[in-house]
Write a protein that binds this ligand. Structure first.
Ligand code: FDM
Length: 212
């Protein structure tokens, strides 16, 4: 596995609505990459383990109330507080598979009616992903899968608004994967895209920043 040496790690983000299969797909992808000898870690935002993450968690559980702009900035701060560690890992060659990132930040807050440019501003300067894997599922289908929990955003009408904001965020790093396919087919596509991304890091491409 020496062919992974000397190149930086890739920042691979999974995005999608609740119940799109994101979390199980990212876990499966990480196990697969580990099996290939790729240095890789599974990350998730919000990272509920920090002080800021605790405030976010309590808000999501409806145990505290915060206005829309305040919670937006906390989600962003939660990425910023992790960004130097993220940079260190990537530069040392570790690939990060991240379940949700700035796109969730913008899509969920914009779905509440906040201005999109205002939502993007605090994300500016965070490390840009090399690859965004968007698990595309119609909100109605996701709702049919059941298992929406009791957290604040887990309602069909809200998820419909989130879905429409996600579509405005697509850029050249996005790959849209049909999340209604059988799980094994999705797995296979994600593996191919991730391996392709990781091996092209040997080109020495430096880290770039959002939203350039
Ligand atoms: N969420 C997640 C946001 O509103 N903004 C963000 O920046 C992030 C990362 O938090 F409903 C929302 C999306 C979801 C909720 O996410 C919790 P998880 O993946 O279920 O922990």
């Amino acid at each position: 596995n020496c062919h992974w040496d000397n190149s930086r790690g890739s920042l691979i983000v999974l995005e999608g609505l609740d119940r799109s299969g994101k979390t199980s797909q990212s876990n499966s992808l990480v196990s697969f990459l580990k099996g290939k000898g790729v240095p890789v870690e599974a990350w998730h935002f919000p990272d509920r383990s920090t002080t800021v993450g605790g405030m976010i968690s309590s808000y999501l559980a409806n145990k505290s109330q915060l206005d829309d702009r305040t919670i937006h900035l906390l989600f962003s701060a939660n990425r910023w507080e992790k960004s130097s560690l993220m940079e260190t890992k990537l530069k040392s060659g570790v690939t990060l598979v991240v379940d949700r990132y700035s796109y969730s930040g913008v899509a969920f807050s914009a779905a509440k009616g906040l201005d999109i440019q205002w939502c993007k501003a605090p994300e500016e300067g965070l490390i840009a992903p090399d690859l965004v894997l968007y698990l595309d599922i119609p909100p109605e289908k996701a709702a049919e899968r059941g298992g929406y929990g009791s957290e604040r955003y887990e309602h069909l009408d809200f998820q419909q608004k989130v879905a429409s904001h996600y579509t405005n965020l697509h850029d050249h790093t996005w790959k849209v994967i049909d999340a209604c396919q059988p799980a094994e087919d999705i797995e296979k596509q994600l593996r191919e895209l991730a391996l392709e991304c990781i091996s092209s890091r040997r080109d020495g491409k430096p880290l770039s920043r959002l939203w350039l």
